[in-house]
Write a protein that binds this ligand. Structure first.
Ligand code: GAR
Length: 209
C-alpha cells in the first residue's frame, strides 16, 4: 500500500473520507500521516482519534515559505511518505518543494478546472452564471490550480443557490471523487507522464461524473 500523507489546514472533511476509504483491506493507499500547518485544525484531533500519526507544523514559526517547505519536506521523508494529498491545505507551496514531489502530489479544488482557480470558487461560479459546477483532482504544479487533471465531478447550479448551498452540493461530490482518484493513482491506474495524465483502461469508469 502506498504510504500517503494528507495535508490539511482546517475542517478536514475530505481527509476523513480518505481515512475511511483506506480502512478497506483492498484500498491501495495507506494514510500514514495527517499533517496540518495550523495546530488548531479540527481534522488533527479526528486523525489522532483514528490512531493515525499526526503532525502540526505551524507555518507562523518559520521566517519564510522556503524554511517552512524545507521542514515539511523533512517531515514527509522522515515518515517514508510516497504520495502527498492536499485536502483543504491553504498554503501556497514553493516551486522547489513542488518540483521535489512532482508526479507524487495531488490536490482537490472546488471547481471544474481550468475555470475558477484560487479562492471563493463558488462565488466565482455564481458570478459567472455557469449552470454546471463541480470539483477537480489534479497533480500539483508550481502554478496555482493549473496541474494536469486526474478526475472531475459535476453538479448543477440551481435557481436560488447561494455560495453555501453550492459548496455543500460540491462537497458531496468531493467526498466521492477524492477516494476514487487517490485509489486510481496509488494503484497505478492513473499516472503522470510527460506532463499528461495517463489512465489505464480499468480507470475509465472511475474517472468522474
Ligand atoms: C474543500 O472544499 C476543498 O476542495 C477546498 O477546501 C475545502 C476543504 O474542506 N480546497 C481549496 O479551496 C484549495 N484551494 P475540508 O477541510 O473539509 O476537506
Amino acid at each position: 500500500r502506498t504510504r500517503t500523507a494528507v495535508l490539511i489546514s482546517g475542517r478536514g472533511s475530505n481527509m476523513t473520507v480518505l481515512v475511511e476509504a483506506a480502512k478497506a483491506a483492498d484500498y491501495p493507499a495507506e494514510i500514514a500521516l495527517v499533517l496540518s500547518n495550523r495546530p488548531e485544525a479540527a481534522g488533527l484531533a479526528y486523525a489522532a482519534g483514528q490512531r493515525i500519526p499526526t503532525l502540526a507544523l505551524d507555518h507562523r514559526a518559520y521566517p519564510d515559505r522556503g524554511s517552512f517547505d524545507a521542514a515539511l519536506d523533512g517531515a514527509l521523508r522522515e515518515a517514508g511518505i510516497e504520495l502527498v494529498v492536499l485536502a483543504g491545505f491553504m498554503r501556497i507551496l514553493t516551486p522547489g518543494f513542488v518540483e521535489a514531489w512532482a508526479g507524487r502530489m495531488i490536490n482537490i479544488h472546488p471547481s471544474l478546472l481550468p475555470l475558477f482557480r484560487g479562492t471563493h470558487t463558488h462565488e466565482q461560479a455564481l458570478a459567472a452564471g455557469v449552470r454546471v459546477h463541480g470539483c477537480s483532482v489534479h497533480y500539483v504544479v508550481p502554478e496555482l490550480d493549473a496541474g494536469p487533471i486526474v478526475a472531475q465531478a459535476a453538479v448543477p447550479v440551481l435557481p436560488g443557490d447561494d455560495a453555501d448551498a453550492l459548496a455543500a452540493r460540491v462537497l458531496v461530490q468531493e467526498h466521492r471523487l477524492y477516494p476514487a482518484a487517490l485509489a486510481m493513482i496509488a494503484s497505478g491506474r492513473a499516472r503522470l507522464e510527460g506532463g499528461r495524465v495517463i489512465l489505464a483502461e480499468a480507470a475509465r469508469d472511475a474517472g468522474g461524473a
